[in-house]
Design a protein around this ligand. Structure first.
Ligand SMILES: C[S@@+](CC[C@H](N)C(=O)[O-])C[C@H]1O[C@@H](n2cnc3c(N)ncnc32)[C@H](O)[C@@H]1O
Length: 452
């Protein structure tokens, strides 16, 4: 008996010229072709003499089961799907079923995944070049995925400035998902962000709309639509949606010359090795800026900004700032040492942005069960010390001495600043602070910016 085979075939968006050579060949090889009835129609001309099994939309697992059953009988089975069969398609469920049934790749029944052009690629090609930079796809279907998961992915993609392709954006019953998606994207992206709405790409009823993000949810969107939302640099010109590759960061568009300070074939000034130097430059050029504002400006956690400051040298200072990171295993000892720092200003931040500034006496700091607390008549302050992942000694020349405590993400948890009166800092408190800084901070290979 012939050995069976399962061919998982992505047929591309619909038009035959966009199907791969291997996809056509795989369908030609097959004894049995299984698929959703719409996909079967799209490849009708290739099916002469074959056993064809048409399935409804909801019979997805049946398609895999039937493919396996036929393969076990020694037949070559092509299970077809639009676009790429591995993208929101049948490749995953089929492998899950096979593996659960005890099938392994060494089994005589061979499985081949034949890739195809997925909707986001096909649709992008119809509107210009919207995917020339980092992109992601998110399906708005909550038939198998909880909405909070979808919402979190939308939020992260929007925050990360990805071009976003929305699959399954709307159906007769799922009409509000695209509205919610628009609201989430608008939290991080301009209402003018270009959006391409491609319905039935490369099929008979192809329809394309280029709109603004603010109008997206009001457009004609259906089951067979892919929505492409641009990133912060995507533009539309002459009816084409284009996401720049980034050449303008390095080259002058008119002359083709590399911009000042940049080198062809090398990372940008703002590349991995150079960007912290740009932070120091920014701190020098913007004297009134705070480190938190710098973190916001570079859209990076405060930990990265402090690291940039800690690498300053006399030739490359970080404005008026200097910073040294405390050795990670010194945190508990440091907690005891704080108590000799006299009067402190504690600045405590909530994630939502609320800030409390409290005058405290360092000696009143109590540590119990992982919490650092101060309880007095005026206020109760409780800080979860287990969240303190990094401690940095931070100075603003000789005007401010303190520590910044950061959480696991490198964001500000709270800071403590020594308090000065008209006569300046209390000399005993400052002496303890400077001694602790010398004792507990990690050695830097570079010279500090200035001497206190
Ligand atoms: C279940 S997913 C299947 C995706 C498919 N496997 C792929 O790789 O393109 C169905 C979604 O794909 C998108 N889609 C598929 N074909 C399309 C086409 N020809 N034009 C526009 N969008 C399409 C739509 O968002 C639709 O809701």
């Amino acid at each position: 008996m012939k050995t069976g085979k399962i061919l998982l075939v992505g047929i591309g968006p619909g038009a035959h010229e966009h199907m791969t050579f291997r996809a056509k060949q795989a369908i030609a090889e097959a004894d049995v072709v299984i698929g959703y009835s719409t996909y079967i129609k799209l490849v009708q001309e290739l099916l002469d003499g074959k056993e064809v099994i048409r399935k409804g939309m909801t019979e997805e697992l049946d398609r895999s089961i039937e493919a396996y059953e036929h393969a076990k009988q020694g037949k070559i089975v092509a299970l077809i799907s639009s676009g790429d069969i591995g993208v929101y398609g049948m490749a995953g469920p089929t492998y899950e079923l096979l593996l659960e049934s005890g099938w392994t790749p060494d089994d005589p029944i061979q499985v081949e995944v034949v890739p195809g052009s997925t909707a986001l690629l096909s649709c992008a090609s119809l509107v210009g070049a919207p995917l020339t930079h980092d992109f992601c796809s998110i399906s708005l279907s909550d038939l198998l995925t909880p909405w909070p998961v979808i919402a979190r992915r939308l939020e992260s993609a929007a925050r990360g400035d990805f071009v976003v392709a929305l699959y399954n954006p709307k159906s007769g019953r799922r009409t509000q998902h695209i509205v919610e998606a628009q609201n989430i994207l608008l939290r991080h992206r301009s209402p003018d962000t270009p959006v391409a709405i491609v319905k039935s790409g490369y099929r008979a009823r192809q329809h394309i709309q280029l709109v603004r993000l603010a109008e997206m949810a009001d457009c004609d969107i259906g089951m067979l639509t892919t929505v492409l939302v641009g990133n912060s640099s995507t533009f539309v010109r002459a009816g084409l949606m284009v996401t720049p590759r980034g050449y303008a960061n390095k080259y002058d568009a008119m002359t083709g010359e590399t911009r000042e300070g940049e080198q062809a074939g090398r990372s940008l000034n703002m590349g991995l090795e150079g960007w912290k130097g740009c932070v120091r430059q920014y701190l020098r050029d913007t004297p009134k800026v705070t480190l938190l504002q710098a973190a916001e400006y570079f859209a990076q956690p405060l930990a990265e900004i402090l690291d940039a400051v800690s690498q300053s040298t006399p030739d490359d200072p970080a404005g008026i700032f200097s910073a040294q990171r405390a050795i990670p295993d010194s945190h508990e000892r440091l907690l005891e040492s704080f108590q000799a720092w006299g009067k402190l200003r504690a600045v405590v931040r909530s994630e939502a942005g609320a800030v409390a500034e409290l005058l405290i006496n360092a000696a009143d700091l109590q540590s119990k069960n992982g919490w650092v607390s101060i309880v007095n008549d005026a206020f109760h302050l409780h800080i979860d010390w287990r969240k303190a992942q990094q401690i940095w000694f931070v100075n603003r020349q000789d005007q401010a001495y303190g520590i910044q405590v950061l959480d696991q993400q490198g964001d500000a948890l709270f800071n403590l600043w020594l308090v000065a009166d008209e006569a300046g800092f209390d000399s005993t408190a400052l002496k303890h602070y400077l001694e602790d800084r010398a004792q507990f901070s990690a050695p830097t290979t570079l010279e500090p910016t200035h001497h206190d």
